[in-house]
Design a protein around this ligand. Structure first.
Ligand code: ADP
Length: 275
């Protein structure tokens, strides 16, 4: 009767659903396996790519260092006297070679980071040594640029337990950028204690060309340059490396900038890097 056929209908529907579920389950399983395999392939490709870039940039450094060395000798008159015109050309070659060397170093560092082959070397240290070495850098840059430099360092800063080498590289990059993108005014470096959050804050401020709001999220992406500089220095990797290093040290980086007015980069690092 109607009851039986109703019952059979539901059984048939139920069976159909069960079969469909089984098929879907198998399909999902197959897709999952394929995804796993593709992921493994991708990882391998990424690893190979990183290794390739690491090799390439490493290999580029040796000839570049040789070229820079020979230019120094030529400039110093070791191979005979050079005219003023030749000197000016040699200086240009020197600057371009230094730029290439910096690029090779940046690419090498980035591929090391990507390959996970970069480690932190933690120690406990006062900030004085790093500050003194960075002051040497700002004096150098100041002489070339005629910008004012202001150091605003809070007294009695605590010792930090983190990687001093990486910290110095982070600040070096931010300071070099501040000079690179500022044609007049000043570069100010502020260091302050933030006991509430058990951290130290480093600010690098400039009165340079600034960054448009729509470009701010992009400046930390690899190879992103808002507008290439006249000197053509860098390939847009500096801030990418800075951001990775800050992450490595469990810190934070922020940017505040106004077009035509200047920029402030703020790095916050915990007193103690827990490893
Ligand atoms: P590079 O300086 O080699 O181009 P970076 O990764 O250091 O690469 O910087 C990326 C971009 O961010 C720069 O091209 C520049 O447009 C912008 N930028 C970085 N620092 C500053 C700054 N202090 N003032 C203005 N723009 C900046």
């Amino acid at each position: 009767g109607a009851r039986e056929s109703g019952f059979l209908m539901s059984v048939a529907e139920w069976l159909a659903i069960a079969m469909e579920n089984g098929r879907l389950f198998q399909e999902t399983y197959r897709l999952n396996e394929e995804l796993k395999r593709l992921n493994q392939d991708l990882e391998k490709v990424t690893q190979n790519k990183s290794q390739f870039f690491a090799r390439l940039s490493h290999e580029m450094r040796t000839p570049l260092s040789v070229i820079i060395g020979f230019i120094d000798f030529l400039n110093a008159g070791v191979f005979g006297s050079v005219t003023e015109q030749q000197k000016s050309i040699l200086n240009k070659i020197q600057i371009q070679s230094q730029t290439l060397l910096k690029m090779a170093n940046d690419v090498l560092n980035l591929s090391r980071i990507e390959a996970g082959a970069i480690y932190v070397e933690v120690s406990t240290f006062p900030l004085d040594t790093i500050i003194a070495s960075l002051q040497g850098l700002t004096e150098d840059l100041q002489r070339k640029s005629k910008l004012r430099v202001v150091w605003d360092v809070e007294p009695d800063l605590p010792h930090l337990t983190t990687d001093p080498g990486r910290l110095e590289e982070i600040l070096q990059n931010l300071i070099v950028n501040a000079f690179k993108y500022t044609s007049e005014g000043e570069v100010r470096i502020r260091i302050g204690n933030r006991p509430q959050s058990q951290s130290v804050e480093f600010l690098v401020e400039d009165t340079g060309r600034g960054i448009a709001p729509e470009n701010i999220p992009k400046i930390f992406d690899g190879f992103h340059q808002v507008a290439p500089t006249a000197t053509g220095q860098g390939v847009g990797l500096g801030l990418t490396i800075v951001k990775k290093y800050v992450e490595l040290l469990k810190g934070e980086i922020r940017v505040q900038s106004e077009l035509g007015k200047g920029s402030t980069f703020t790095v916050t690092l915990p007193y103690v890097l827990q490893t």
